[in-house]
Design a binder for this molecule. Structure first.
Ligand code: 5GP
Length: 190
């Protein structure tokens, strides 16, 4: 039997990757979002179990000890994010293809583990300045967390060349279309 396939979208906060991922999930029924666990605060528009599994730092650390994660990262101080092994099993048992939206380092771990069965895509803004504008416009951050995200985003942009595919998000409509075409090609050729 062939190995299960996976799809990975990475890119800095504010690159538009989450919007692209949502578009793909709406338009390609074969995909299922891999819901990560996190310790960060739930945003008003987010639903526990749909966007993330929101858990405490203690609970997260317990799960690390029990080797429950496929990969995990401490993205910010007390801001842990990770993919639970049970989440990937759940999606595979539905006969669907997991779609990951993780940070760049988590993405590199997934790439190491799954190599050939993986479609890996890096989403980037046309320029670092665009990223700052988008993060400011999103207004979900405090001034401190905004600066932290901008700093991390600049570092993450450097990983771009290590990904097999890159989408430059100049307009979100075109970026979604490019992502859709890539995923359809991947699903139909394996
Ligand atoms: P946000 O707080 O904006 O939802 O996410 C912050 C960063 O954490 C984003 O780059 C997001 O992709 C990443 N992230 C979300 N889930 C995971 C995960 O399971 N593992 C890793 N390594 N990063 C994740």
């Amino acid at each position: 039997m062939s190995q299960p396939r996976l799809i990975l979208f990475c890119g800095p906060s504010g690159s538009g990757k989450t919007t692209i991922v949502k578009y793909l999930l709406e338009h390609i029924p074969q995909l299922s979002f891999s819901v990560s666990a996190t310790t960060r605060k739930q945003r008003p528009n987010e639903i526990d179990g749909r966007d993330y599994y929101f858990i405490s730092v203690d609970e997260f650390k317990k799960r690390i000890e029990h080797d429950a994660f496929l990969e995990w990262e401490q993205v910010y101080e007390n801001g842990f994010y990770g993919t639970l092994k049970t989440e990937v099993d759940r999606i595979n048992s539905l006969g669907k293809v997991p779609l990951f939206d993780v940070d760049v380092e988590g993405g590199m771990h997934i790439k190491e583990k799954y190599g050939a069965n993986l479609l890996d895509v890096f989403v980037r803004p046309p320029s670092p300045d665009d990223l700052r504008k988008r993060l400011v416009a999103r207004a979900t951050e405090t001034p401190e967390s905004l600066e932290r995200r901008i700093g991390k985003a600049a570092l993450e942009l450097e990983y771009g060349p290590q990904f097999t595919h890159t989408i430059v998000n100049t307009t979100i409509e075109q970026a979604c279309k490019d992502a859709f075409d890539l995923v359809q090609r991947f699903l139909s050729t394996k």
